[in-house]
Write a protein that binds this ligand. Sequence first.
Ligand code: HEC
Length: 85
Amino acid sequence: MKLLAVGFLIAGCAIGADPAAELKRTCARCHKLDVVRAQRLSREEWEWELDKMTSMGAKIGNRAALLDYLTRKYGPDGKPPFVRR
Ligand code: HEC
C-alpha cells in the first residue's frame, strides 16, 4: 500500500512538473499559444503576466515550473518572434 502511495506521489509530481503540458492545458483554454510564444519577457514580466492571467481566471498548477519555463523559452534572450524558416 505504501509503495502505491509513493508511486502516485511521484506520478503527481511528474505531471505537475511538466511545464510544456501545463502551458497547453492551462493557457490554451482562452487563447492560442501564439499569444504566449510571441512574447519576449523577463522573469518579472512573466510573473506579472501570470498574475494577470490568474486574475482573469487561469488556474495554474505548478506556477514556479511554468515561470522558469516561460523565462527560459520566451525570455529576452529568445529568438525573435514570428521568424519561421
Ligand atoms: C481565463 C482565460 C485565460 C486563460 C486561462 C489564460 N489567458 Fe492569457 N489572456 C486572456 C485574455 C482575455 C487576454 C487578452 C487580455 C488583454 O487584451 O488585456 C490574454 C492575453 C495574454 C497575453 C498577451 C499579453 C496581455 O497581457 O494581453 C499573454 C502573454 C497571455 N495571455 C499569457 C497567458 C498564459 C501564459 C496563460 C497560462 C498561465 C494564460 N494566458 C491563460 C485570457 C486567458
